[in-house]
Design a protein around this ligand. Sequence first.
Ligand code: 5RP
Length: 234
Amino acid sequence: MNVEDKKKAAAEHAIKIVANGLKIGLGTGSTANYFIEAAAVKVKREKLDVVFVPTSAQTYALAQKLGMNLKTLDEVPFLDFTVDGADEVDSSYRMIKGGGGALLREKIVASSSRFVICICDDSKKVDVLGKFPLPVEVSRWGVNATAWKIERMLAHLGYEKPRMRIRATADGKPFITESGNPIFDLDLKAIPDPEKLEGYLANTAGVIDTGLFIGICGIIMMGTDNGVVETARK
Ligand code: 5RP
């Protein structure tokens, strides 16, 4: 199976949990898109009353096109669960997210959900987080000062030669999130203690949120060559 087939298989596996009366958060990205497409078909076919809360304009546009019943998180602040993809996930269900730049809204929606299902292909599984550059959303105001503080903090924590770049669009302009903020991508190679790094970043003035999702994911549905492997955090 190729990567796309594995993503699709994971997304379609997650469909079994979509049922009448639920309020479901919709993640962002290609794997989330497969889930959205499959969920739209099931809801229509079975005439289910389900409310969906999207995590980005991209997800909103797809779900709206498919005729799904959409609400904002302000209208529906408590969700039964959220289904979302990941850039990396480890055996402690810790994830790096934000490759698509939706980390802040994804984290707000995820943390407003009773649990989060991570749907992904098995290339996302890692022993140690950090090969994928960690996205950190920061305030546009004072961005250079925030960069300096992050660099000093990383040196203090013993990260050797971390590379930090401000995310840019394809035409070279700074990438700005839907919440109006730039993103730093921290190329750390390995994050030996994600909780510690998250704590330090969260305490850095100017940092709005990070792509480290710790204690958030409860179930992983992973597409592999041998089918979808579903595991739950103990
Ligand atoms: C977007 C995300 C995505 O979930 C993550 O980038 C995975 O994307 P894909 O399913 O396309 O591999 O965090 O901000």
